[in-house]
Design a protein around this ligand. Structure first.
Ligand code: GLP
Length: 250
């Protein structure tokens, strides 16, 4: 089955977060034991803040939800303040009632990365597959840490980070300089991500405009990993005006 990516353009990044959090909240209200895929980075932070508000203010319950994160830096343990485990605990998990044992973030210091990646895939299968996977996008079009050139059927594995990704993540928001950014990561594959029943990709800011245009209007190609989502049957991009600014159709 193939689909076309649905596009929603919002006025601001706050509106992107509002829409995304409402979609996730509706899923959890309808399916309290949903399996949800999550992303890290600056983009989903407002969405997580809004989900935490919905938990506090409106009693949105996560007690039966299972979560799976896209990726983790290789070499960082969960206590490192730049690890994605730390990010998720800090921005979301500690603020809601999700059970810690139901949150799956790849272990960046696992003794055997291949076994760790295989176990992650097995846990996704055991959860019945992922109902919705929230995604961001790199300036080079990457999804998770699937850099350009990653195969469409790639699975969870140890990957190299592209120089542009290292630069983007050492601009002061996360790591202080390029030398501190790990060179490798564990990442769900494009094939793993494409098996989720529903995909929701968020992008904000002009820095993402080229990647969004390529992903939506370019030919599906491993040069822009996000363009490989074009054939997914239920994929929505929610972007702000700046991220939509290079689209011919918007
Ligand atoms: C990182 C993550 C991705 C994320 C991307 C964009 O490299 N591995 O999962 O989507 O960067 O991050 P940001 O939202 O900070 O721009």
């Amino acid at each position: 089955m193939s689909g076309t990516i649905k596009l929603e353009v919002c006025e601001s990044s706050a509106d992107v977060a509002l829409k995304a959090s409402e979609i996730i909240a509706s899923l959890i209200r309808a399916t309290p034991d949903a399996a949800i895929g999550l992303a890290t980075g600056s983009t989903p932070e407002q969405t997580y803040a809004r989900l935490a508000d919905l938990h506090r203010g409106e009693g949105l319950r996560f007690a039966r939800v299972t979560s799976f994160n896209l990726d983790e830096y290789w070499g960082l343990d969960g206590d490192h303040n730049q690890s994605y485990r730390y990010f998720m605990d800090d921005r979301l998990f500690r603020k809601i009632d999700i059970r810690p044992w139901n949150t799956h973030v790849l272990n960046g210091t696992a003794a055997n990365p291949d076994l760790e990646c295989r176990a992650f895939e097995t846990k996704i299968l055991a959860a019945g597959g992922i109902d919705l996977w929230l995604l961001g996008i790199g300036t080079n079009g990457h999804i998770a840490f699937n850099e350009p050139g990653s195969p469409v059927d790639s699975r969870t594995r140890l990957v190299n980070l592209a120089p542009s990704t290292i630069a983007a993540n050492s601009d002061g928001r996360f790591f202080k300089d390029a030398a501190s950014v790990p060179r490798f990561a564990l990442s769900a594959g494009i094939g793993t991500i494409r098996e989720a029943r529903r995909l929701l990709l968020l992008a904000t800011g002009s820095g993402k405009a080229d990647a969004i245009a390529q992903a939506l209007e370019g030919p599906p190609s491993t040069d822009c990993p996000a363009s490989l989502l074009q054939s997914h049957p239920d994929c929505t991009f929610i972007v702000d005006r700046e991220a939509a600014s290079r689209l011919e159709s918007a």
